[in-house]
Write a protein that binds this ligand. Structure first.
Ligand SMILES: Cc1ncc(COP(=O)(O)O)c(C=O)c1O
Length: 499
């Protein structure tokens, strides 16, 4: 605002930005206002658009882009509501001052933004957002309790396995697709704990759930095919499918999970459905038994494949997790993915995909070509960790730890919030969605909370094109017990201040 006042006083008009790099893709399933919003947000977050720069008026930009004025207004309004842009009545819209990015990141963005293929430009338009992760403070979602990991046992197993320089550990080509004993241990675990129907040969060990999704996406359909996913949903899954060339069609989620009726209308020819049925990311809703049945019938009818991302099913303390889609379907149309990023720790880089029988040989070749396999001695250490009972012991301990941390958080929130807003007690997981009354906008809370040293996300940050519930996404698993209450009290103050 100071910048605008200065320019008025000096009568030297500040130039409005030329946004020639914005490309709105008419064939993309995301509405144009949403594409515009993401591209501008990414440019602001990365520092390509600096604080105080003046944006073109909505009329100018709509003419330049050949879109309706409402498209531009919608994007500008959303960015203003989130604090990325500023405008006051009668004055121009400018980039808000608070988000100055480092010069280095700016330079990298500039360089990368102008090189490479069309696919590279797609990466730049969406993926940059996911790379701007903040520090690991209360309440970053998705982070496990590092302090409670059995480090000593793990280091011993890794040391033992890396000392075994026999061919089956030292020669990668002996275990394309995964270390045999680990695939066997996982098959036992998945059959008994998750009712996944699988043989060890169907299990592929990859370096992350997203690597698994990348490989699946390349195998089930060709470029320009349509994929559906939950909205709000796991943005990285969208980025992966989008980068592979899919039209990603966002489907709204309600209290029973993915709206299959909407999928039926919007995506009659989809070839892939990405879902998190155990504990929808980020709303926490569990896909109801009826919807599970409808989803399987829908995929059968349209000929689509399902990716069932079961990223944190181990941590459902109140209720037994529902049967997996994979188990319900007998593993015919479902690729089941799991990751050790949540249940152990993210930098481990071990995840797995259970593929339908006919895909086994294809997948073996695809994993080989991708090179997305974790180190064999790590896989071997993990197999020992499971076989010697440390894995199930760790799950049990983390279940009760996370249940306790969640209870501490919810109790503290209920007490601090008093009559201001109700707090519901969720069923489990490592993070929870906290619904807020409309008078406390979740996006504004992310700002007031940041000033108090807290990191919270708004569910809106995971929205693709449908309106998201007014709620916060709070991770509690990694917050030490003693820090939960003060952080929860600070959060409630931040919520009340965001009014
Ligand atoms: C829904 C969901 N699935 C999967 C993952 C991570 O899997 P990976 O680290 O194995 O790619 C995450 C991580 O944040 C997630 O939120």
């Amino acid at each position: 605002v100071a910048g605008i006042a200065a320019f008025r006083g000096s009568d030297l008009p500040k130039p409005r930005l030329l946004l020639d790099w914005i490309v709105l893709d008419g064939s993309d399933a995301l509405p144009k206002y949403r594409q515009l919003y993401f591209q501008l947000r990414s440019a602001i977050v990365s520092g390509r658009l600096t604080a105080g720069s003046l944006l073109p008026s909505s009329r100018m930009l709509s003419q330049e882009l050949g879109v309706s004025r409402n498209t531009v207004l919608n994007a500008y309004e959303q960015l203003a509501a989130e604090g990325y842009l500023e405008s006051s009545v009668g004055s121009a819209t400018s980039v808000a001052p608070r988000l100055a990015a480092s010069a280095r990141q700016h330079a990298v963005e500039e360089e990368v933004g102008s090189i490479g293929s069309q696919r590279a430009q797609r990466f730049m338009r969406s993926v940059a957002l996911s790379l701007t992760l903040p520090d690991n403070v209360a309440f970053t979602p998705g982070v496990p309790a590092f302090d409670e990991f059995p480090r000593k046992v793990w280091s011993r197993l890794v040391a033992e396995q890396s000392n075994r320089m026999q061919p089956e550990i030292a020669d990668n080509d002996m275990h394309v697709g995964g270390y045999g004993p680990l695939r066997e241990s996982l098959a036992l675990y998945l059959r008994s704990a998750r009712m996944v129907m699988c043989e060890p040969a169907q299990i592929f060990i990859v370096s992350s759930a997203r690597a698994g999704l990348d490989i699946i996406s390349r195998l089930v359909a060709d470029a320009d095919a349509a994929a559906i996913m939950e909205d709000p949903g796991y943005n990285t899954a969208r980025d992966v499918m989008h980068a592979v060339g899919f039209q990603v069609i966002p489907i709204p989620v309600d209290a029973e999970g993915l709206r299959i009726d909407v999928a039926d209308q919007l995506a009659p020819r989809a070839q892939l459905a990405f879902v998190t049925p155990s504990h929808q990311w980020p709303t926490g809703v569990s896909l109801s038994a009826q919807r599970r049945k409808e989803l399987l019938e829908w995929t059968e009818r349209v000929g689509a494949w399902i990716v069932e991302d079961d990223y944190d099913s181990e941590f459902h303390f109140a209720s037994r997790p529902l049967a997996t889609l994979q188990g319900l379907d007998g593993g015919r149309r479902v690729f089941y993915t799991g990751t050790f990023s949540k249940v152990l720790f993210p930098s481990l880089r071990v995840a797995y995909v259970v593929v339908p029988g006919p895909f086994v040989e294809l997948f073996r070749r695809a994993v080989f070509i991708s090179g997305q396999e974790p180190a064999l001695h790590i896989q071997a250490a993990l197999a020992e960790f499971i076989d010697q009972g440390f894995f199930s012991r760790h799950i049990r301990r983390m279940r009760s730890l996370y249940a306790r941390r969640q209870a501490l958080l919810v109790d503290a929130l209920i007490e601090s919030a008093g009559d201001s807003f109700p707090v519901e007690r969720p069923a489990g997981g490592m993070q929870m969605a906290l619904s807020l009354p409309q008078r406390y906008p979740a996006m504004a809370v992310t700002q007031t909370a940041a000033r108090a040293g807290l990191h919270v996300r708004s569910i809106e940050m995971y929205a693709l094109s449908n309106p998201a519930p007014n709620a916060l996404h709070l991770g509690f698993a990694a917050v030490p017990d003693g820090e939960i209450r003060p952080a929860a009290e600070a959060l409630v103050s931040a919520i009340l201040a965001a009014r």
